[in-house]
Design a protein around this ligand. Structure first.
Ligand SMILES: *Cc1c(COP(=O)(O)O)cnc(C)c1O
Ligand SMILES: [Zn+2]
Length: 403
């Protein structure tokens, strides 16, 4: 049995396990939310509490640890941002990013035959998605093929390899590799759970479901999240549409997406009032997890921002570093640079008046900084050194008020 897939753009439907519509735009699952309300959530752990909106119920094992991430607020961050910020800690996931939501659902669906006859799963990724797919495939005893660009830093490959996928570095254009795996995978019995495929988007819609449930019976004014391929953004939009259709929220929060200034095709298209996102030549940025110059769901993300009354903005590396440091120093939260764009984006949106000081906005902190703390640039440059024999003096000096 497969699930019907529908094109957000032209409305075409198919029961084939395809990722793309004939019109070229990405498909997503056709979900009927019925009369879903917050009373309908189940007692299942994490994201599986929304099983009535999902195509599969919770499988055994690691998937129980996907979703259910905390949301916290911090007065210093509110002061830095100039509004009321709710920090959604997606870095709490087993492999440290929201990608686990999509991997958990995608792999559960594959294991139950919802994606047809399959002998392996695969993904095309720079890091977080590869790690996540490999971990959940390992838990489900499914072979996993990870295709990464050949300029990936070896440290990142090591982290992925601990889950023992077959990892391959591929020379050639990343965007074409991404699309070719979606086209060719099925003929080889491999389901590629790439960033914006219907099953991954379906799992990743649960981030926004959790955020809205946390505010119920109110609704947050805005969700602010980093965007790269547009897969997570598409999931958030889909969640809001389903909640609105079911009547579980009475207005749709604005979706704001943030990119790194060095590689910002979706923000550029938004700024230019374009109908479609077109490929750019991306530059270097510390936010490498969101540096996709040719986003496969870029146009869908653009539409999501427009139709919810949000926007797509770009922030430079200095603003990203400052936001990353504020999260660590003021709130004790370590995020990778890509995730810090959410806070930097809120600052910009408050400054230019898109977000009001009395709004309540959720910053989706998509990934942990723990995987790369040494590369984060947030370390204090000076570390004191003390001989054990002098510890007493050091402690006295540390707490004495007169410097
Ligand atoms: C994948 C990723 C993103 C971007 O998500 P898309 O679905 O590709 O738009 C943002 N932040 C982190 C930490 C990620 O791993
Ligand atoms: Zn279409």
């Amino acid at each position: 049995m497969t699930h019907t897939r529908v094109c957000y753009d032209c409305g075409a439907r198919t029961t084939a396990p395809a990722a793309r519509c004939d019109c070229g735009e990405p498909l997503w699952l056709d979900t009927d939310p019925g009369t879903f309300d917050w009373d309908d959530v189940s007692d299942e752990p994490g994201m599986w509490r929304y099983e009535s909106l999902l195509p599969v119920s919770r499988p055994a094992g690691l998937s129980a640890a996907a979703g259910g991430t905390p949301m916290v607020s911090d007065a210093s961050i509110d002061a830095v941002a100039g509004t009321n910020v709710h920090l959604k800690l997606e870095g709490e996931h087993p492999t440290g990013s929201f990608k686990d939501r999509g991997s958990a659902l995608g792999i559960a669906a594959v294991a139950r035959g919802l994606a047809g006859d399959v002998s392996a799963v695969g993904t095309v990724s720079h890091g977080n998605m590869a790690m996540s797919t490999a971990a959940f495939a390992a838990a489900a005893d499914l072979p996993c093929l990870v295709l990464v660009p050949d300029d990936i830093p070896p440290e990142r490959l090591d982290v992925i390899d601990q889950f023992d996928p077959t990892s391959v570095t591929v020379a050639g254009d990343y965007g074409r590799l991404y699309e070719q795996t979606l086209e060719r995978g099925p003929d080889h019995g491999i389901v590629f759970l790439n960033s914006d495929v219907p099953l991954r988007v379906e799992g990743q819609k649960t981030t926004a479901l959790e955020i809205c449930e946390a505010f119920a019976p109110d609704t947050p004014d805005a969700l602010v999240m980093p965007v790269s391929s547009g897969g997570h953004a598409s999931g958030a939009w889909k969640a809001l549409r389903e909640l609105s259709e079911a009547g579980a929220i009475d207005r749709i929060p604005a979706l704001y997406f943030v990119q790194a200034a060095a590689c910002s095709p979706i923000a550029d298209a938004f700024e230019a009032d374009a109908d479609e996102v077109t490929r750019v030549v991306g530059g270097e940025t510390i936010a490498y997890s969101i540096a996709n110059p040719d986003p496969p769901s870029g146009t869908r993300a653009l539409r999501a921002a427009r139709e919810t009354g949000g926007a797509v903005v770009a922030v430079d590396d200095d603003a990203i570093r400052t936001a990353q440091r504020a999260l660590a120093v003021d709130a004790g939260i370590t995020v990778e640079p890509s995730s810090a764009t959410a806070l930097a984006g809120i600052q910009q949106l408050v400054e230019r008046g898109d977000i009001d000081s009395d709004d309540h906005v959720t910053a989706v902190l998509t990934g942990t900084g723990l995987k790369e703390a040494s590369a984060s640039g947030t370390r204090s440059p000076s570390t004191d050194h003390v001989e054990l024999a002098n510890l007493e003096d050091y402690l006295t000096g540390f707490t004495s008020t007169d410097d």
